[in-house]
Design a protein around this ligand. Structure first.
Ligand code: NAD
Length: 275
């Protein structure tokens, strides 16, 4: 399904929002953005730096978006500029997509207890969790009441996944942040949710040691016996960001082929049956 859009509709007609985290056509943020556009949303985007701009610009232009702002979430000046640009061009927004994470490659391999450094820990939590708090606060200042926000997380926050290490800790923090932000913004009718996506082949996923094993194991052990389709993640984002998601907030919604629901995989797909 990955290359096919859902049927066009009006679910997001009249709504404007910011998408943070499109690096290339494989990005989960891009799958989400495309389906938001198909439903009539007007979109603005951020990009992290020149190298990523080159890949992302043609995508952004292909859906007719013209607000495309450089933003490194560790740099307050670029964050200020991003939200000032939105305020200047649009006045208000209706939704935010936060699909940003980073940990140094040296932090995403081997023993968590041995390899996690103070700097690696701080940077992973800053970029992958605090950036959502910061973006949510800034977005809420220009967000219409009744707006919505979505961030992306992974099961490594709840259970140990080899090599995911400090990113699992950052995702646990991100999910907790989601609940606290949801409580703070709830009185304004702003809903804040996280989607816990199963493994998807992206630039970020390539940075994690043993990615191949993770994909293979997920496919074999998930309820659907398949890898996660980014379109499923986009569909969930559409639900959570549109009025379909009314009354849903503070939630971490799994879109992972049911992998999270399995206590023990059946023996057949994983190979040798045990005696
Ligand atoms: P991706 O590489 O396409 O996107 C990651 C984005 O983070 C990039 O656009 C990158 O520019 C941005 N980013 C990193 N550091 C930044 C910084 N300092 N400032 C601004 N932007 C920065 O990969 P993706 O897999 O689409 O990741 C999107 C989100 O989905 C991440 O939060 C990731 O953890 C999450 N996620 C991914 C998977 C997966 O298997 N790919 C599964 C579950 C959750």
């Amino acid at each position: 399904m990955a290359d096919q859009d859902f049927p066009a509709g009006e679910l997001m007609r009249g709504k404007r929002g910011l998408v943070m985290g499109v690096a290339n056509s494989n990005s989960i943020a891009w799958a989400i953005a495309r389906q938001l556009a198909v439903q009539g949303a007007e979109l603005a985007f951020t990009y992290q730096g020149e190298a990523l701009e080159r890949r992302a610009r043609p995508l952004i232009e292909s859906i007719g978006a013209d607000i495309f702002v450089e933003c490194d979430v560790t740099n307050d000046t670029t964050m200020d500029n991003t939200f000032a640009t939105l305020k200047d061009k649009w006045g208000h927004i209706d939704f935010l997509v936060h699909a940003i994470a980073f940990a140094g490659k040296d932090q995403l391999v081997g023993s968590f207890v041995e390899n996690t450094t103070r700097e690696g820990f701080k940077s992973a939590l800053d970029i992958s969790a605090y950036s959502f708090v910061d973006a949510a606060r800034r977005a809420s200042e220009i967000m219409n009441d009744g707006g919505a926000m979505v961030t992306l997380t992974y099961l490594g926050s709840e259970r140990v996944v080899p090599n995911y290490n400090v990113m699992g800790v950052a995702k646990a923090a991100l999910e907790a942040c989601t609940r606290y932000i949801a409580a703070d913004l709830g009185p304004r009718g702003i809903r804040v949710n996280a989607i816990s996506a199963g493994p998807v082949r992206t630039l970020a996923a390539a940075g994690i040691g043993s990615a191949r094993h993770i994909f293979k194991f997920n496919k074999a052990a998930s309820a659907l016996q398949d890898n996660t389709d980014p379109m499923g993640v986009a569909g969930a984002a559409l639900y959570l960001l549109s009025d379909l998601g009314l009354s849903c907030t503070g939630e971490t919604h799994h879109v992972d082929g049911g992998f999270h629901a399995i206590g023990m995989p059946r023996e057949e797909p994983l190979g040798e049956p045990m005696n």
